[in-house]
Design a protein around this ligand. Structure first.
Ligand code: ACO
Length: 402
């Protein structure tokens, strides 16, 4: 690792790195990824252990505070988060300004951004207590807002949070409402939801997290920064991929069409890519995808879905791609989004909600990374340089002479 700042100060040289493929924008103690080995650690703990042995709020606590909570700390954290799960009735009015058929990610961007207007008087980011309250509000209210976005889109009344339920159960209850017991009392489904949240909680300096950090580096309001993260996550190259995977599987339609789509993905003149394959950092199996694959099987078996045509296509596609020279050579493996869409579809979520769920989970990572950045004495305002390739200075021509 070269500290390029010294070189810049001495020589004026700087690096050209479109897409930041090899530039560290910060130091961080939160998440470690070894892309070649397929390793993901949060604060030193393997994602596989966290997904199996923790619940989502324990992982959120870990990301924010650096250590797993004791039983008392966990109880207090759960209490503090559930204290903030309700949204003010006035915020419910924000929703009414959107068309019913608006994409829920568009609604999320708008409503979370609007929280910066709602909580404008309590976001002194220099004050650690205010930072903590803003973080709690975001983690707590995100599932409520996400469920409201869904309810609004289907024209049903909003459901209030029930704070006796776990984070995942509460989200399922607010989303699906009555008969909530199908989900809430079914440990396989609520644990799957919890696992999906854990697997999406943080992933170091991806596009949306970098966006949150960059927006926050100017000292901006935290709610506005998270809204910026939601916007970045929405794209199909990032969080929007799980939605794109399902669309692609539906488009493939039959196992017999897979070779045709694989051929298209390899054709440099065709912009088509196999959605849910490839990753900037992982050049091996995404460890989250392995957990997701196992969870996917548990959920489908619990719901009695034996012959899901989309899952059949997904399995066959994975098999064919993993044996294909092109995918082997370019180290393109299924990523976390490849299976998450299938589970979410089986659980009854419409495709347009998939990325919203990702945003709910990733809020903990965004908040932890934002807090780490604000508390880092070395961090400056994010201000990338550019390689100018435009005109040299030229003589101005007045309008009547052009
Ligand atoms: N299908 C076919 N070819 C691919 C795919 C794919 N899914 N992904 C990458 N490639 C090829 C590229 O064409 C490129 O080939 P080249 O070297 O001949 O030009 C090579 O592999 C490297 O790809 P890049 O786009 O340079 O890699 P980058 O790190 O910029 O992109 C990304 C990573 C965006 C995830 C990419 O693999 C992709 O578009 N995947 C599909 C979308 C997706 O699943 N996104 C989810 C990411 S995970 C997440 O956000 C949670």
């Amino acid at each position: 690792v070269i500290d390029i700042r010294k070189l810049y100060a001495e020589t004026g040289c700087f690096t050209y790195d479109p897409g930041f493929t090899s530039t560290a924008s910060c130091e961080s103690k939160i998440t470690y990824i070894d892309g070649d080995e397929g390793v993901l650690l949060h604060r030193g703990y393997a994602i596989e252990d966290l997904a199996e042995k923790c619940d989502f709020l324990e992982v959120a606590y870990l990301l924010m505070n650096g250590e797993l909570p004791s039983q008392d700390e966990k109880a207090k954290f759960e209490h503090d988060i559930t204290y903030h799960t309700m949204v003010h009735e006035q915020m419910a009015h924000f929703f009414r300004g959107f068309r019913r058929d608006a994409h829920p990610m568009a609604i999320m961007c708008g409503v979370v951004g609007a929280m910066s207007a709602f909580y404008h008087d309590s976001t002194d980011i220099e004050d650690p207590r205010q930072r903590m309250i803003a973080s709690y509000r975001l983690i707590a209210k995100m599932p409520t807002i996400a469920a409201m976005a869904y309810k609004y889109s289907v024209g049903q009344p909003f459901m209030y949070p029930k704070n006796k339920l776990s984070y995942a159960q509460n989200f399922l209850q607010m989303t699906f409402g009555v008969p909530a017991e199908d989900y809430v009392d079914n440990p396989v489904l609520s644990e799957a939801m919890d696992k999906i949240f854990i697997l999406h909680a943080d992933h170091e300096q991806n596009a949306s997290t970098s966006t949150v950090r960059l927006a926050g580096s100017s000292g901006a309001n935290p709610f506005a920064c998270i809204a910026a993260g939601i916007a970045s996550l929405w794209g199909p190259s990032h969080g929007g991929a799980n939605e794109a995977v399902l669309k692609m599987l539906a488009e493939i339609g039959d196992k017999k069409h897979i070779p045709e789509f694989v051929k298209r993905a390899k054709d440099k003149n065709d912009p088509f890519r196999l959605m849910g394959f490839g990753h900037r950092v992982y050049k091996n199996y995404d460890p989250r995808a392995k957990v997701m694959q196992a969870t996917c099987r548990e959920v489908l078996s619990e719901l009695g879905i034996k012959d899901d045509p989309l899952l059949d296509i997904a399995m066959e596609l994975e098999k064919i791609a993993l044996e294909d020279e092109y995918f082997i050579e370019k180290k393109l493996y299924p990523n976390v989004d490849f299976y998450s869409g299938i589970i979410l579809k089986a659980m009854g979520f419409p495709t347009s909600m998939f990325t919203v769920l990702f945003a709910v989970a990733r809020t903990t990572g965004w908040v932890a990374q934002w807090k780490e950045m604000i508390e880092d004495p070395v961090q400056k305002i994010g201000r990338p340089r550019q390689l100018y390739t435009g005109h040299q200075a030229r003589k101005f021509v007045p309008l009547n002479k052009r």
